[in-house]
Design a protein around this ligand. Sequence first.
Ligand code: NAD
Length: 510
Amino acid sequence: MTDSPPPTSHRLAPDSLVRHWIGGKPFGDQPERVGEVYDPATGAVTKRVAFASASEVDQAVAAAVSAFAEWRHSSLARRSKILFALREIVVDRAGEVANLITEEHGKVLSDALGEVSRAVDVIELACGIPALLKGGYSEEVSTNVDVYSIRQPLGVAAVISPFNFPAMVPAWFFPIAVACGNTVVVKPSEKDPSASVWMAERAAEAGLPEGVLNVVHGDKVAVDRLLEHPGVKAISFVGSTPIARYVYENGTRHGKRVQALGGAKNHMVVLPDADLDLAADAAVSAGFGSAGERCMAISAVVAVEPVADQLVGKISERMAKLKVGDGRRDVDMGPLVTAAHREKVAGYLTAGVAEGARLVVDGRGVELDGSSDGFFLGPSLFDEVTPGMTIYTDEIFGPVLSVVRVESYETALRLVNENPYGNGTAIFTNDGGAARRFQNEVEVGMVGVNVPIPVPVAQYSFGGWKSSLFGDSHAYGEDGVRFFTRGKVVTSRWLDPSHGGVDLGFPQSS
Ligand code: NAD
């Protein structure tokens, strides 16, 4: 994406209700249950969000089922034109949705715009659906017989997304799902629900028919109904590993196709020959961007000796320059998403010290450019972390970086491979052979070579290994097209004068 305009203000009234979006319009003025949406930079409740009941989820699915009957027959040209129009609108108005993200999630505005740009990348990929859905054709496989393959939509797909990328993660799935002829129900995180509704409104402006893209808000009640609803054929889930496992097991038990992307613990291996300034820049950027609330954030820096002392020094120097505050101001790092999450992450600082790690930088006393009521925690650095410590084993999902010192490449590799997560990893080195060996031997789905956050571009697919993904398909790219379609192969013979008679034998080529 290029030339995004500067962000414009899109602040809603303090008492406003974030409603569902069903059948092309807002839905549910009088919800039985609501959640509170915070501005993490001020700590204030700024909105309420409707929590869907099972019967409201049923209405969203019914709208999607009904829209599917027509949408599945829409031409590829029409789908592509609508997605292209959506792409234009989102690029033009990226500032609006970035503001919504910062107001509800807390990440700094430039980072929110970056997330929107990644969402646009997948919409752009989906604009090419006529090429992506091309099948194969073999003429004359047998005498006068041709065979061709086609891919058809599944029906209604549900997308259940986490708080940390409220625009990008739904957009990993819905553009490709609708481009393939499916209809969609998105259940975004209840912590920052507005970006999904914003996107559905823009899709309607772009010409997407009513009911093709719906949004229901809520919690476990809504998720459980989507998992069991017979009208839902596929589930794309992204979130923490325990919920991903739950969604995968329950969704597949109800006969659905499920891809469930889970949590992470990403290691960055620094070999002795690496450029340590580059490595320190990368560790700080990838450890503290978005306050560490990224599934591809670097959590553990594995320093292969003798570089650790020097690397820790360089990382600390850079951390001292980071400005923490309200993401709408000129700062590097915003608050955490909720007060409870801030307390949980701060608890790991206490635990790490108690377990014997050396707390080199303590983010608890950080100087702020923002309200003291916000959910702020400055960047923290632990050194001499060992694999038994909870700060190493747990996904902290906050601005806490751990340095683990090891003696060799082999120990570094073993550490990464023994970790139950396998989302992303990176190696920093100037040795091409070492990097090539690492990419071959490491048991992780996405690997960076001197790149700390190796999120694949849209034409490749995003997904981890082990406890970071349940199911066979990664998100977007070719995997996305395969996930949202079923293959069919047609064998055809148009009769000609040479056809002849009954034959009970098994068909053979002739
Ligand atoms: P979460 O698991 O708490 O929530 C994800 C979704 O599940 C939300 O829509 C939420 O409403 C729903 N949910 C929560 N509890 C549920 C329950 N008991 N039953 C059914 N549904 C439930 O995750 P989060 O805190 O919103 O997001 C952070 C997590 O997401 C981290 O673990 C992060 O690593 C992971 N994540 C992974 C990827 C990836 O691509 N692998 C990407 C982004 C985030």
